[in-house]
Design a protein around this ligand. Structure first.
Ligand SMILES: Nc1ncnc2c1ncn2[C@@H]1O[C@H](COP(=O)(O)OP(=O)(O)OP(=O)(O)O)[C@@H](O)[C@H]1O
Length: 141
């Protein structure tokens, strides 16, 4: 299969043997993070959303436990994007440009995992910031 397909640029180095050093492993892991940023345009949106939430958290002086939940929410969204990107790459590797119902299921489920993580993050954001911005809702739970 052509290594340069509609799914965007592929890594140019052609190493397939084991990494010789820790630094080499780390370098490839960093390349993996780079691929996430290149291939997933939604990452820009996640990054902006995280920046906004962190700014508001600093502004409202939220507590340590709230910060912990925010870190967990950001982590889960980013991990879901990692999984989504892995699934997309593996599916494209296996089926190429062919349509396959199982490829659709794999990609749709992976995308669903991202949506699920984002809904979780929104729920966390609501629970943390509601008392600051919508105190009238305090008695709903
Ligand atoms: N080979 C395929 N066979 C069947 N359906 C496919 C295939 N490739 C993509 N699809 C469908 O097209 C959708 C989008 O494809 P793909 O995930 O590659 O694009 P994307 O824009 O990078 O997605 P995302 O926004 O989730 O990152 C998939 O969710 C799936 O429904």
């Amino acid at each position: 299969m052509d290594s340069q397909n509609k799914k965007g640029p592929q890594p140019v180095k052609e190493q397939i043997d084991k990494n010789a050093t820790f630094m080499q492993s780390l370098g490839h892991a960093v390349e993996g993070i780079g691929q996430l940023l290149i291939r997933e345009r939604n990452m820009r949106f996640h990054f902006l959303a995280a920046l906004m939430v962190i700014s508001v958290g600093i502004w409202r002086h939220i507590g340590r436990a709230d910060w912990l939940w925010i870190v967990v929410a950001i982590f889960i969204v980013v991990m879901a994007e990692f999984v989504n990107t892995m699934v997309e790459a593996i599916v494209d590797l296996v089926v190429g440009d062919e349509f396959h119902p199982l490829a659709k299921i794999a990609k749709d489920v992976a995308a669903g995992a991202v949506v699920f993580a984002v809904v979780f993050a929104i729920a966390i954001g609501f629970l943390i910031f509601q008392p600051y911005f919508f105190p009238s809702l305090n008695n709903i739970y």
